[in-house]
Write a protein that binds this ligand. Structure first.
Ligand code: C2E
Ligand code: MG
Ligand code: MG
Ligand code: MG
Length: 287
């Protein structure tokens, strides 16, 4: 009895696995097709200065509208692109498109997520320099977001890559801070300009005193190290008020504005109130 259950269990399990391998293979080939056909899009989410409420930056976020599945999350397709090698050409397209777009939005910085394979690519820093030149985007307006895990990788020299990028004049942000090792040693030995506090802490600020204590400490840490601090995933007025009290520099999240296509973002930049009227703390531009 137990044996046959075990066997059934095993069969079910292996069927699940082959289904997911098949699904992944299908997604991978669809992704190749979508990229080749120019069907991937970039949306942009504002980064807002907590004091003045001005939009001071935008983060480029990749979007894929799959013909049958609808919107596929980048959390799903970026790792696929990463393992099948597509991420390098995709990342090049992304950087060129985003830099050309941001050159038309004076006064805001452009944040671009860098994937591990891009970062490992020995040509990355040179490519960034060429892209800045060809698109005319001022290097100081480009901010590259990397995650801690990428610094652990001993197969290349992460510090040299970061220094080569800094030599071009771009800024470096540590993304999703708090989810990895959150090693203070990294903040000391690598040239970061910004810490982005992961939304898993920000989202529970009102209900979890430990999360609040962590956010408060990271903001203080960033300030003492001379780094800009940005809180991700700000969804409520209370979270924004907490960040203002703690003097966090920037906020990003649905409460302020969702990621949106370039046309909508251009319109939003034109109508955004640079300073909130007192007491009007409200969900500007959130759709
Ligand atoms: P990330 O870099 O941490 O980007 C922030 C994510 O949080 C985005 O998810 C954004 O849509 C989402 N977000 C923003 N505000 C809120 C909020 O108030 N609440 C909640 N719940 N979420 C919010 P998205 O676009 O799904 O991207 C997920 C991750 O995929 C990104 O995390 C990034 O690591 C990766 N990714 C996205 N686009 C690219 C890309 O072009 N290149 C690379 N290498 N990675 C990308
Ligand atoms: Mg990011
Ligand atoms: Mg992040
Ligand atoms: Mg995050």
């Amino acid at each position: 009895q137990t044996k046959s259950e075990g066997r059934n269990g095993f069969r079910f399990y292996s069927r699940e696995i082959s289904a997911s391998i098949e699904e992944r293979r299908q997604l991978e080939s669809d992704l190749h097709e979508a990229f080749a056909a120019g069907c991937l899009e970039l949306h942009y989410q504002p980064l807002v200065d907590v004091d003045s409420n001005a939009i001071v930056g935008v983060e480029a976020l990749m979007r894929w509208n799959h013909p049958e599945r609808g919107w596929v999350s980048p959390a799903v397709f970026i790792p696929i692109a990463e393992t099948c090698g597509l991420i390098v050409p995709m990342g090049k397209w992304l950087l060129e498109t985003a830099c050309a777009q941001a050159a038309l939005w004076p006064g805001v910085t452009l944040a671009v997520n860098v994937s591990p394979a891009q970062f490992r690519d020995g040509d990355f820093a040179r490519f960034v320099g060429e892209t800045l030149e060809s698109t005319g985007l001022a290097p100081s307006r480009l901010e590259l977001e990397i995650t801690e895990g990428m610094l652990l990788d001993e197969s290349h020299k992460p510090l040299e890559t970061l220094q080569a990028l800094k030599a071009h004049g771009v800024r470096i942000a540590m993304d999703d801070f708090g989810t990895g090792y959150s090693s203070l040693g990294y903040l000391r030995s690598f040239p970061f300009d910004k810490i982005k506090i992961d939304r898993s802490f920000v989202g529970i600020l009102e209900t979890d005193p430990n999360a609040a204590a962590i956010v408060r400490s990271v903001v203080a840490l960033g300030r003492s190290l001379g780094m800009v601090t940005t809180a991700e995933g700000v969804e409520t007025r209370e979270q924004l008020a907490f960040l203002a009290d703690e003097r966090c520099d920037q906020a990003q999240g649905y409460y302020l504005a969702r990621p949106q296509d370039p046309l909508r973002l251009t319109a939003l930049l034109g109508t955004w109130p640079s300073r909130r009227a007192p007491g009007s703390l409200g969900a500007n531009g959130a759709t």
